[in-house]
Design a protein around this ligand. Structure first.
Ligand SMILES: [Fe+2]
Length: 277
């Protein structure tokens, strides 16, 4: 494990995840930031506590990794000058979003590099988020399975999420947005670390190209089950002003939807990524 001069990094699980202390997201010190970059690539998801930051500071921090994405469907703070923000708000009336395993926005040609999620209001208990390392899932497969997957391509789309008839249109009179889709390799190579990881998820992956439907369904079902083996995962308990930053290229995540009536409010920005290969 890399040792650092400016920041303190403590892993929270074996496969991925580390808590970073002695760093404030508003800190403009370049040396400290470069250490955060190194820790990010090494641990795949970083956690920061007690980050009392403004939306502008959250955007400025994310912008150090790349340009910020404006989500094709979700821009709740557009009128407040923050089209880059997504809100995840759940309470007794509105259910959790993101309660299935996924990587973010994989239905576009260039899915995000990662996201920075800040907790504004946390439930007293529950509503944790889990992440799983797709590197660890790939590494644990046999050589034969790795070879079999190596030239497969999967189709990702919004059919079961944003474009489904019931999605977020209740009472608004709006029609669901048209389907967006993209093709990505099932095994992707991380552009910065060179490590390989599985790149399919239950929310957006539709099927594996050039396979019979029954073959695709069976193979994806095996991969989804395998990828969520507890040994490849970590779990984070939120407090107000906790921040998680994950690498969307080598992890997937989901909320643990176990306290559905409690208020939980999160604000996310998303960093643009490149085309998977
Ligand atoms: Fe997500």
């Amino acid at each position: 494990m890399t040792s650092f001069k400016h920041i303190t990094v403590n892993p929270v699980a074996g496969a991925l995840g580390a808590e970073v202390s002695d760093f404030h997201l508003g800190d403009v010190n370049e040396d400290a930031f470069q250490e955060v970059r190194v820790a990010f690539l090494e641990h795949q998801v970083l956690f920061f506590r007690d980050q009392e930051i403004t939306r502008d500071q959250q955007k400025a921090f994310g912008s150090r990794f790349g340009t910020l994405q404006i989500h094709p469907f979700l821009q709740p703070l557009k009128n407040e000058g923050h089209p880059e923000f997504i809100l995840l708000y759940s309470n007794a009336q509105s259910p959790y979003l993101a309660e299935n395993w996924h990587s973010d926005v994989t239905f576009v040609q260039e899915p995000p590099l990662g996201s920075v999620l800040r907790c504004v209001e946390a439930p007293e208990f529950g509503g944790d988020t889990m992440w799983a390392s797709t590197y660890a899932a790939y590494d644990a497969l046999s050589d034969k399975m790795q070879r079999m997957l190596s030239d497969l391509v999967a189709v990702h789309d919004t059919v079961r999420s944003f474009s489904r008839p019931s999605y977020d249109t209740a009472g608004t009179g709006r029609q669901p947005p048209p389907v967006m889709s993209a093709e990505h390799p099932v095994v992707r190579t991380h552009p910065e670390t060179g490590r390989k990881g599985l790149f399919v998820n239950t929310t957006f992956t539709s099927h594996i190209k050039d396979m019979k439907p029954a073959e695709s369904t069976a193979l994806l079902s095996f991969l989804y089950h395998h990828m969520t083996t507890p040994d490849f995962s970590c779990r984070f308990r939120w407090r107000p002003n906790s921040v998680a930053m994950w690498d969307n290229r080598c992890t997937q995540h989901r909320v643990v939807a176990d306290n559905k009536t409690a208020n939980r409010r999160m604000e996310r920005i998303t960093i643009n990524g490149d085309r998977p290969y």
